[in-house]
Write a protein that binds this ligand. Structure first.
Ligand code: FMN
Length: 167
């Protein structure tokens, strides 16, 4: 068995974080998960987004309990998951940076005044919180989908700690 195929337990000294390495090599889309809480917009970059159910339409995303916006997403009701398009790396980095001015220059769709919908995203999924579960060190947020804005751009791809494009 080669080193690359060896089975190792996560976190053991002989194999420093094989789970993180394996998951890091899984290509994903990149999303901005956004909400409006009171008068203030909040959001974070997430690649833990997944579809859960077709009927009813449910999607999910996981938020680390260490995130500054954790308290907001533990309470808020309306959420948009903006699946980023090729070329939106700068937005992905900004929303992954604690303390950054995340919404200052963000262009929002005026047709969705209750929740930040990102203009130029590949698609935005808008919905309400269906269920929340504390799972390990993350909050699992299950969202019941109300509306999908599909712009149809090429998606931004994340793989091995780098942003990539489909070819
Ligand atoms: C490509 C990428 C994907 C990420 N995915 C997630 C995720 O799924 N869940 C999460 O909690 N943080 C994720 N992060 C990290 C958060 O975006 C980052 O910690 C963010 O600053 C948390 O929000 P805060 O600024 O309110 O602390 C990701 C970061 C990057 C660059």
């Amino acid at each position: 068995m080669s080193a690359e195929t060896a089975v190792a337990r996560p976190g053991t000294e002989s194999a420093p974080n094989p789970l993180r390495r394996a998951l890091g090599h899984m290509a994903t889309s990149v999303t901005l998960v956004t909400t409006r809480h009171g008068e203030t917009d909040h959001g974070f970059t997430a690649n833990s987004f997944a579809a859960v159910s077709a009927d009813p339409a449910l999607v999910t995303v996981f938020l680390a309990e260490t995130a500054e916006c954790y308290g907001v997403f533990a309470e808020t009701d309306r959420i948009a998951v903006n699946i980023l398009a090729d070329g939106q790396e700068e937005l992905a980095l900004r929303f992954a940076t604690r303390g950054a001015d995340k919404f200052g220059a963000l262009v929002q769709d005026p047709e969705h005044p209750g929740v930040p919908v990102v203009v130029g995203a590949m698609a935005s999924i808008v919905g309400r919180v269906h269920e929340r579960w504390s799972v390990g060190d993350h909050l699992m947020i299950i969202i019941a989908v109300d509306e999908v804005v599909y712009a149809g751009h090429e998606p931004l791809v994340y793989h091995n700690r780098a942003f990539r494009k489909l070819v």
